[in-house]
Structures are given as C-alpha cells and as structure tokens.
Design a protein around this ligand. Structure first.
Ligand code: HEM
Length: 429
C-alpha cells in the first residue's frame, strides 16, 4: 500500500505553479479547520479566507473583492490613500521615533476607510485595539493542538460546569472577539446609514445598493472583515521591513532617492502617474517583498481529488503548502539570497536578464491568489516613494557618534513582522 501524504510543502516555484496555478481547479480548497477548539468551538471557519473552493460563497466573495480591488478599480481609492499618506508623512515629521506605530495606524486607516468608511483616530481607537485582540486569536489558532479537547473531541459534550474544564470559557472568549471583529465595524456602518451620515465605503455601497437578504448581509459582513484582516497587517509588515532595510543599505536608499528626484523633482511627492518612470524603485520593492517575505507559508490549500505529479500520487484531501519563504531564498534563482540587492531586478547590461520577479509567488497561487495584490503594490509604491522623497532613514547614533545596529527580530504566525526597532529619520526638505 502506498503511504498517504497528509501535508506537502512545495519549495520550488515551478512545482507550486504546476500544481496550484495550472491545476487550480482541484488545488484551491482550504483545509477543514484543523482543531475542535478553533474550528468548532471558537468558529474560526467563518473567516472567508478559510472558505472552501466549492462553497457557493467562494466565487461571490472573489467577485466582491474584484469589484473593489481589481486592477481597473483602484483609482476609486486614490483620494483615501493619498489623504492617509499625507497624515502619515505629517506624523512621521512630528514624531519620527514613533514610525512603527505610525505604520500600523496608516495601514489600518486605509483599509478601514475603504471597507467601512471609518476614520481611525489613533492608538486609542477601539478598532485599533480590536484588531490586535483578533490577531492574538489567530496566533492562538496557529499554535493550536494544545487543548485536550482536540485530542479527545468527545470532551466537547461534557457539561461546562464540571470543575477543571477551562476550554469552554476560553472558546467563548475567543469567539466573542471573533464576533466583535466581524460585527463591530459592520454595525457601525449600519448605524451611520440609519443616521444618514455614512461615508462611501464597500459596506455602505452594498447596503444601500439593494435590499439585502440575510444571507447577503452575512457574506458582505465576512468579506469586509476579510478586507480588514488581509489588508492591514500585510502592508504594515512590508513597510516595517522597508524602514529597516533602508537604514541598513544607505547606498540603495540614495540611488532610489536620486531616481525620484530626477523624475519627480524635489518639491512634491510622486503620484501614480510616475509608476512607469521609476524602475529602480520597483526593483527595490521587489527586493523588499523577497527579502522579508511577509507571508512565508501562504495560506494552506487543499486538494479536492486524487492527483498524480511526476510519478507521485497525491490523495484528495491532502493539505498543500506553498513554501514561499523557500522560493524567496532559492539559491538557483537568487545568488547570495541573504543579500539585499535590488539590482537583481534591473536588466543585466550584457544579457538583458533579470532574476525572477517575487510578485510571481509572494501573493500566492491560482484561484486563491491574493485578491488585494494590485492594491497592495500600488499603495506600497505611493508610500515608499513619498517616504524616500521626503525623508532619509539611517542607523541611530550613540553619544560618541557611532552607528547603532537596529534590532532585527521577527514575530508572527501567518504574517511575519519585525519587532519594534530604532532608526533615525530626518526630513530631506
Ligand atoms: C504585501 C501585501 C500582501 C501580501 C504579501 C499578501 C499575500 C497573500 C498570500 C500569500 C495569500 C494566500 C494566497 C493563497 O492561498 O495562495 C493571500 C491571501 C489573501 N489576501 Fe493578501 N497579501 C497582501 C495584501 C493584501 C491586501 C491589501 C488585502 C486586502 C485588501 C489582502 C487580502 C487577502 C485575502 C482576502 C486573501 C484570501 C484569499 C482567498 O482565500 O481566496 N491581501 N495574501
């Protein structure tokens, strides 16, 4: 009998592309939630990212996302992104030492406005706190399998008053946070509509467009929560890495600044019309995506029927993980992969060749590919170009004028972030 594969990791782009993209029809499901605790008791399966590929909600959710974040619809968000960018640059000017917090506020503010028309007031805002609480629930889920009920599912039916049973209480707390995350911003919009003062947003547009059935209402609620969840953390992770890398590589920073100054001038920030004119900036962004790899293992896919690949049998039901991290650090594609070197993506003057574009895989694969990818790259382009145009980031100095290395320490389960670190941020003009 052939051994049954339960989980496979795809470490090479070519294989991931063959299976997850070219055979996307059968490789686009998500694993059923792995644990009793998080799947059944906390109810994390309501997250739209975990929705099965054969669930009728799946195409609907992808369509709703495409209407907001599809390549052709991004201009609609320009005023929000540019407005939040200005606020961010002001905050950075007045308290550069708090850049790490400013990044988180920026990323959350943009997505909250697009999804819910909600203006985040800062770190004291209830939604700022809610996001952090919900991230902790997710983290707990990823390090699950530590609850006895996951090993003996029958225990879930024991009465909750039995002494020593803590899991019911834990599940209830986590479930409440999940509900708040799905409901609080959504209910805010409903109230704003009732009060005739709702700002245009994904949710208000849907609610005002037509009479919603209860099922529509639920889908809209979960899709909006997926925007919030998927959109805030990822762009923040990228920008944190960008600040670190600029402090570590002044020569790269100076080259990008020189390109921006030459193309845009020194009096104003680049806008989206400069997209095609800044090749080095694009190379720099690709290298940040590759070097830091924000979502190292993507989100697991699930194969829905038996398959055969290069003589290997893969059973339906197998969990398939794209090891994006391994692709970013593949020595065959990227000589000296640990080196931060945007020149990889500038055509070689002799051969015209460039190394593989990480955008081919850092946003995932096939039918599950990140639906926010174009929006993310466009937002990041606007942020990175404006930061470089207005500021110089460098290492902090000690009392004797010596440079202090910024701390490099990462955390996170699904997304990978740098822990807070210090850099020096000085206005250029
Ligand atoms: C640097 C920015 C980002 C990176 C690196 C990133 C990466 C990813 C990856 C690797 C996946 C898994 C794809 C797969 O299963 O094959 C994913 C899924 C997803 N992302 Fe992103 N993402 C980013 C930004 C965003 C933004 C801005 C949004 C929302 C506006 C978003 C929303 C989502 C959603 C909803 C999914 C789940 C898709 C599904 O299950 O079908 N992401 N992302």
């Amino acid at each position: 009998m052939r051994p049954k594969l339960l989980v496979i990791f795809l470490n090479h782009f070519a294989v991931a592309n063959d299976l997850l993209s070219k055979r996307s029809r059968i490789y686009s499901d998500r694993p059923r939630s792995s644990t009793v605790m998080f799947g059944k008791l906390v109810g994390m399966t309501t997250l739209i990212m975990w929705c099965g590929s054969e669930d009728p909600v799946f195409p609907k959710f992808r369509r709703m996302f495409a209407e907001v974040f599809g390549k052709g619809n991004l201009d609609e968000h320009s005023s929000i992104v540019e407005d939040e960018r200005e606020k961010f640059l002001d905050r950075l000017s007045s308290s550069p030492g708090d850049f790490y917090d400013h990044i988180e506020i920026l990323s959350e503010s943009i997505i909250l406005r697009i999804a819910y028309g909600y203006q985040l007031s800062g770190k004291d805002d209830k939604f700022y706190d809610l996001y952090r609480k919900f991230s902790r629930v997710l983290t707990n889920e990823v390090v699950a399998q530590r609850w006895i009920v996951d090993y003996f599912p029958i225990l879930q039916f024991l009465p909750r008053w039995l002494p020593g049973l803590r899991f019911h209480k834990f599940a209830e707390e986590q479930g409440r946070i999940r509900d708040d995350f799905n409901n609080m911003p959504y209910d805010f919009v409903k109230q704003e509509i009732k009060d005739h003062r709702a700002a245009p947003s994904f949710v208000s547009n849907w609610l005002l467009k037509s009479e919603q059935t209860e099922a529509d209402d639920t889908v809209t609620r979960y899709v909006a929560a997926a925007m919030y969840l998927g959109g805030a953390d990822t762009t923040a992770g990228f920008l944190k890495a960008f600040f670190y890398l600029m402090a570590m590589h002044p020569e790269v920073q100076a080259k990008a600044q020189a390109e921006i100054d030459a193309v845009v001038g020194v009096d104003h920030s680049p806008d989206i019309t400069h997209w095609k004119d800044l090749p080095f900036l694009h190379a720099l962004m690709k290298e940040v995506h590759r070097w830091q790899c924000i979502v190292p293992l993507g989100i697991p896919h699930r194969l829905t029927e038996d398959d055969e690949y290069e003589g290997i049998h893969i059973s339906g039901g197998t969990t398939v993980i794209a090891n994006i991290w391994a692709m970013c650090y593949d020595e065959d594609q990227y000589p000296e992969p640990s080196k931060f070197n945007p020149e990889r993506f500038i055509p070689d003057p002799m051969t015209g060749k460039v190394q593989q574009d990480p955008n081919d895989y850092v946003f995932g694969f096939g039918r599950r590919i990140c639906p926010g990818m174009h929006f993310a790259n466009r937002t990041l382009f606007l942020m990175v170009s404006a930061i470089l145009s207005s500021f110089t980031i460098s290492k902090c100095l000690d009392d004797a004028g010596g440079e202090i290395e910024p701390k490099f320490e990462c955390f996170g389960q699904i997304t990978r972030h740098l822990r807070p670190f210090n850099v020096r941020i000085i206005r250029r003009k």
